[in-house]
Design a binder for this molecule. Structure first.
Ligand code: SF4
Length: 484
């Protein structure tokens, strides 16, 4: 009877190994994070990293298997592993095939709140010349529907969009009529403070599937301090609105966003408790953006990247405990990062992409018909910097806008794949280019990354999530659930 060949016969020849592109970063004493070009990462000691680079690996030594699994190495004669890397990279970049799914209509700049951190230059309620008109909206709908994405999301922004609700009605009905023969699917969201929510708005939104996104900064005193309005009742109106939408249309019909101000930094648990109390399905621990009134009132400079990271880590710890007690309640920024780190699915979030999401991920139609590459680009224009203005709905078609020199140069100049610092950064496959942020804060589309708070936050967030995934099994179970 023929016997089995000895185990050595099944071992591959270590001398035929080759090293694939890898990057690494020191994360502690004798601790390195090593990553491949599609974002898989592994922790190694300096000796292990040296051995990997020298291909001093032997089947069965553990490091060989870890390196093989993470696609750091392959064999010279097998192309399958390079093809796998290429396939995974293609999948991660597949958002480019369905360009511009998101279209933001700024239906008015008017607002009845006077928030000091507001990122747009809101106008007082009576200044109707800051409303979008039907002719402008009609042209914007045509541009939105001519973008390649089969699913088009139209988001109504302001100011306070409910101050121009008649136009929202018209846009929803008209866009649906025009989308049908084109075979496009539509989604609608109103970003509103909910102060003007009434039965007519609820009826219409229920009938046409229009969702709500609102702002909730935390408990009553914090929210009302951050979001002043006449009557000091922003919190009461927001919470009442959330309750009415949940009761009338369903719990999934409304989501909320918070903005971290200096006053929030020590109160993250109370903020999380407020979201849980309002029956919301998760929360996004967002830093302030450097635009509009947030700059004029110096709100943006009141805390730095490290202080935000401490706030986010403390909030994440508290949120993880809520999840471990049985309630599914994700922190949405972590969930987005985890999907990047644990899968090759393209994600819709425009700030975590390279090529950058400006224009290719979203277009913004301002009330006067000007088109911008992102909402932040519009905010920058309100501050007098029109670097990311792409054109006007009356003169330009979709192709003109996305192939404009302004957009093409901004996207090309900000690619992380080729940028100094980013191109050799272990976090690059899970990071993104944010040319508007870097232009606003550093006057440089690419950004001077050692001085960039965006970069500091990305490194801090990804490293922390990696460490939880690797060293804390109970937390890792929750984080993996969020990513799926
Ligand atoms: S921005 Fe920073 S973290 Fe992101 S890829 Fe560039 S260097 Fe790395």
């Amino acid at each position: 009877m023929a016997g089995f060949a000895p185990p050595d016969s099944f071992r591959s020849d270590a001398s035929a190994l080759q090293l694939f592109p890898i990057r690494f970063e020191r994360i502690g004493t004798d601790r390195f994070l090593v990553g491949n070009m599609v974002g898989d990462m592994e922790e190694m000691t300096a000796t292990e990293l040296d051995r990997l680079c020298a291909l001093d690996l032997t089947p069965g030594d553990g490091l060989y298997e870890r390196s093989f699994e993470k696609l750091f190495i392959g064999t010279v004669d097998q192309r399958a592993r390079q093809q796998l890397l290429a396939l995974r990279l293609r999948s991660r970049l597949s958002f480019l095939r369905a360009a511009t799914p998101l279209h933001l209509f700024v239906v008015t700049l008017r607002c009845e709140h006077v928030c000091p951190y507001c990122q747009v230059s809101r106008q007082s309620q009576d200044r109707v010349r800051y409303d979008m008109d039907q002719a402008t909206a009609s042209k914007a709908i045509d541009i939105a529907l001519s973008s390649p994405s089969p699913l088009i999301k139209i988001e109504f922004q302001g100011g306070e969009p409910l101050l121009n609700f008649e136009l929202i009605r018209w846009i929803v009905v008209t866009a649906k009529q025009r989308a049908e023969p084109l075979g496009k699917q539509l989604q609608f969201v109103i970003t509103t403070n909910l102060a003007l929510l009434d039965d007519a708005v609820l009826d219409f939104c229920g009938e046409h599937g229009v969702l709500f996104s609102t702002s909730l900064d935390g408990p009553r005193d914090l929210h009302n301090k951050n979001r002043p309005r006449r009557g000091q009742n922003s919190y009461e109106l927001a919470v009442a609105g959330i309750g009415r939408i949940q009761e009338r249309l369903g719990p999934d019909w409304v989501g909320a966003l918070m903005t971290t101000t200096e006053a929030s930094l020590n109160r993250v648990e109370e903020i999380v408790d407020e979201y849980v109390r309002q029956g919301l399905d998760g929360m996004f621990l967002r830093p302030l953006s450097p635009y509009g009134h947030a700059i004029k009132t110096k709100q943006f400079h009141k805390y730095d990247g490290q202080e935000w990271l401490q706030f986010w880590k403390r909030g994440l710890r508290y949120i993880l405990e809520i999840n471990k007690s049985g309630r599914r309640f994700p922190e949405f920024y972590s969930a987005l990062m985890l999907r990047r780190m644990l899968s090759d699915e393209p994600i819709g979030y425009v700030d975590l992409r390279s090529p950058a999401g400006i224009g290719l991920g979203a277009l913004v139609y301002n009330y006067d018909g000007t088109v911008f590459a992102s909402d932040e680009a519009r905010m920058l224009a309100e501050m007098g910097d029109r670097r990311f203005e792409l054109g006007n709905v009356r003169e330009h078609r979709y192709r003109d806008l996305v192939l404009s020199d302004t957009l093409v140069s901004a996207v090309a100049e900000s690619l992380t794949q080729t940028a100094p610092q980013c191109s050799t950064c272990v976090f690059e496959p899970n990071c993104g280019a944010d040319p508007v942020y870097h232009h606003a804060t550093q006057g440089d589309l690419l950004g001077i990354k050692p001085l960039s708070e965006f970069c500091e936050r990305q490194k801090g967030v990804i490293t922390h999530l990696f460490e939880l995934l690797e060293h804390s099994p109970e937390d890792a179970a929750v984080l993996r659930m969020w990513a799926s």
